[in-house]
Write a protein that binds this ligand. Structure first.
Ligand code: TYM
Length: 320
């Protein structure tokens, strides 16, 4: 099956990106034809500094490879290296109702906060639909926050089919039960735009400090606490095995337990979990030429697929 997903190079990846999405990319690359890309065109809606964007793209490639994306099994590329996607975006844009985009959360949130939004942000979901449809994608592994965008993609494909006939493969979102909505240090969804992220890579001591500062309620140590719905407990569950998780749940309920204890446990399990990836990343960083070769080979392969899908779409709507 063709599996496709993308990640924006807007800063360092965080636990939400990993447990919601990247972990799925790596699992699914085993038995599928995985296409994974770095969404630099989408990032341009927020990163307005050329050197920074270039650096972020390379960092994102290093991160994905270090975490286990294997170029021998999956195709890794940079979104903008496939110009066919931008043309397909236009073809889709011509049939996109304004109302559909007005309801999309990225745009809506910004507008509700009274912030200026540009046409790039407004049409962001159409470019995302083009990303997905351009590669005949069947499965799109993502976190819960992207489900709405995949619904938009399905709507746009459906209305294109209605007007011009069957052209695209209809994609489906894939989310995980645990990890689809990872909480951040303040208990809200972990997100770069909320400034509540815990990074995968970076200074271990600094990350440990961020973990120790995770916001909790101020109940006394003796009070029993409920593990369900507790964001620290949710974070712990991402890393720990079932036995460790139930032992921790018992401690919560018994009382006489402070949040400092689970914070330390989260720091320890997360450090151990990401240590091998950290080491791989340090190695990869010494060989940027290889990383660039991987991205170029990936783009060549992706472009072939996108060109043939675009040809189908052009001919369906009467473009020479
Ligand atoms: P981005 O870069 O915001 O996030 C990348 C992936 O991480 C997931 N994610 C989370 N999952 C669980 N809990 C969280 N707190 C959390 N935060 C982020 C996201 O759901 C996503 O899967 N628009 C996309 C990039 C994109 C794309 C595409 C994705 C562009 N074109 C086509 C799929 C298909 C985005 O901004 O992801």
């Amino acid at each position: 099956m063709r599996v496709l997903s993308g990640i924006q190079p807007t800063g360092r990846p965080h636990w939400g990106n990993y447990f919601g999405a990247i972990r799925q990319y790596i699992d699914l690359q085993e038995d599928n034809d995985g296409f994974y890309f770095i969404a630099d065109l989408h990032a341009l809606t927020t990163v307005r500094e050329p050197a920074q964007l270039r650096e972020n793209v390379l960092n994102a490639a290093l991160d994905l490879l270090a975490l286990g994306l294997d170029p021998a099994k999956a195709t890794l590329f940079v979104q903008s290296q496939i110009p066919e996607v931008s043309e397909l975006c236009w073809l889709l844009m011509t049939g996109t109702p304004m109302g559909l985009l007005e309801r999309c959360h990225a745009y809506k949130d910004k507008k509700e906060k009274g912030l200026a939004a540009d046409a790039g942000l407004f049409t962001y979901p159409v470019l995302m639909a083009a990303d997905i449809l351009a590669y005949d994608s069947e499965i799109v592994p993502v976190g819960a926050d992207q489900i709405q965008h995949i619904e938009v993609c399905r709507d746009l494909a459906g209305s294109f089919h209605h007007t011009f006939g069957e052209t695209f493969v209809m994609p489906k979102a894939k989310t995980l039960d645990v990890g689809a909505k990872v909480p951040g240090t303040d208990g809200q969804k972990m997100s770069k735009s909320y400034n509540n992220t815990l990074p995968l890579f970076g200074d271990v001591k600094k990350i440990r400090k961020q973990i120790m500062r995770i916001v909790t309620d101020s109940r006394a140590m003796e009070d029993p606490k409920e593990p369900e719905g507790d964001h620290l407990f949710e974070l712990y569950q991402l890393f720990a095995g079932p036995e460790e998780v139930s032992a921790m749940a018992e401690k919560y309920c018994a009382g006489g337990f402070g949040y400092g204890e689970i914070k330390k446990a989260v720091a320890e399990v997360s450090e151990a979990h990401f240590e091998p990836a950290r080491q791989r990343r340090d190695e990869l960083e010494k060989d940027i030429d290889t990383v660039n070769d991987i991205l170029n080979a990936g783009a060549a392969r992706a472009r072939e697929v996108a060109a043939s899908v675009l040809e189908r779409a052009r001919s369906a709507c009467g473009i020479r």
